[in-house]
Ligand binder design. Structure first.
Ligand code: URA
Length: 338
């Protein structure tokens, strides 16, 4: 007798047909699976003309629309973007401000992984891969994000220790982080902060809490990837080795047959400025440490910050409310940074 794969299926029950709608939407580059559920609950999704409900499955040939725009599975895409300040981390801004959608090519449908504040610049990843996106954002996977921060005042060792040990914020203590002073002057200092959480405006709030308000904030690395020489406002697709390194950092091992080491995989920082692996504890190592702890359980296009979307048929609202997945943001797209 064969054992049913679903524990709630009794022998003789038919296994469900088709694919979960939220998985289909995520594979279509609309949003993460979690946010796809929100879109379904908001009645913004139809299947063959009928408003979809949670739990629905789709089969080949079904016509799925989000906000009236037909969507379908896409090849996985992943872009590295150097976001300027003044650009909103959302795909569609009701206030008409420039959005990160204007920084990637017109013909790709990718959504931001997490969020950078309006007044934060630097490395933003955009993808249509819902599972990878979720893992890169969720703090339990331990993927480290590196920030360079210009703050007011001369930062003393005590403040650095507080930042590293954990700071009391209104939404709880921050997890241990890596913090160091890169340069200090009489009235301002440059810090590097490496955190794996992604709460709303976390770096700004941490620095405020230790008495050093942020003047300028740049994200320089996400996991093993750094900005390298990518110009402000530009974007490029990730290379295959970069995608492999990112997946490894997020605990997504490649299928066994692909597990051959290329020389690029072994290069510690083939893509950037060395930020990501300056300490003995690499992001991959930190990621796998977090997982162990839990185990009880390129096209080089210049972006233009001034142009907005609207030029593309994209189901608006999709992918711009990622915060709920990781507890990292507010869903508004204009202020929450992770
Ligand atoms: N922390 C912040 O305060 N802002 C961001 O944009 C990212 C992290």
């Amino acid at each position: 007798m064969t054992t049913p794969r679903d524990p709630f299926l009794l022998p003789g029950d038919k296994p469900p047909v088709g694919e979960k709608l939220q998985k289909f939407l995520s594979a279509s580059g609309v949003s993460s699976r979690r946010h796809a559920e929100v879109l379904i609950q908001q009645s913004r999704v139809t299947v063959n003309g009928t408003v979809a409900t949670l739990g629905m499955r789709v089969v080949d040939g079904d016509k799925v629309r989000v906000n009236g725009v037909e969507v379908g599975p896409q090849a996985p895409r992943m872009f590295l973007v150097n976001k300027p300040t003044g650009v909103v981390t959302t795909l569609d801004d009701p206030q008409g401000r420039p959005t990160v959608a204007s920084l990637v090519p017109d013909d790709v449908r990718v959504y931001p992984i997490g969020r950078l504040d309006l007044d934060t610049s630097g490395l933003l990843l955009m993808t249509n891969d819902g599972e990878l996106s979720h893992r890169l954002m969720h703090p339990s996977f331990g993927v480290v994000k590196t920030y360079r921060v210009l703050v007011r005042g001369k930062v003393k060792p005590g403040a650095v220790k507080l930042l590293a040990d954990g700071v009391a914020l209104e939404d709880g203590m921050t997890s241990p982080a890596q913090a160091r002073v890169i340069d200090a002057f009489a009235d301002r200092s440059i810090l590097e902060l490496r955190i794996h959480e992604g709460r709303n405006r976390q770096v700004r709030r941490m620095c405020d809490a230790v008495g050093h308000p942020v003047i300028e904030l740049v994200r320089t690395a996400y996991g093993p990837l750094t900005l390298g020489d990518l110009a402000l406002g530009a974007s490029r697709p990730l290379t295959d080795p970069e995608i492999r390194r990112l997946k490894k950092a997020a605990g997504l091992a490649p299928p066994r047959k692909d597990r051959t080491k290329s020389s690029e995989d072994e290069a510690v920082d083939s893509d950037g400025d060395g930020d990501a692996t300056t300490s003995g504890n690499t992001d991959e190592q930190q990621g796998s440490k977090q997982r162990r702890d839990r185990s009880a359980t390129g096209h080089g296009r210049r972006g233009s910050a001034g142009r907005n979307v609207g030029k593309r048929r994209r189901p608006s609202g999709g992918g711009d409310v990622e915060g709920g997945d990781s507890g990292d943001s507010d869903g508004a797209g204009s202020s929450g940074g992770d």
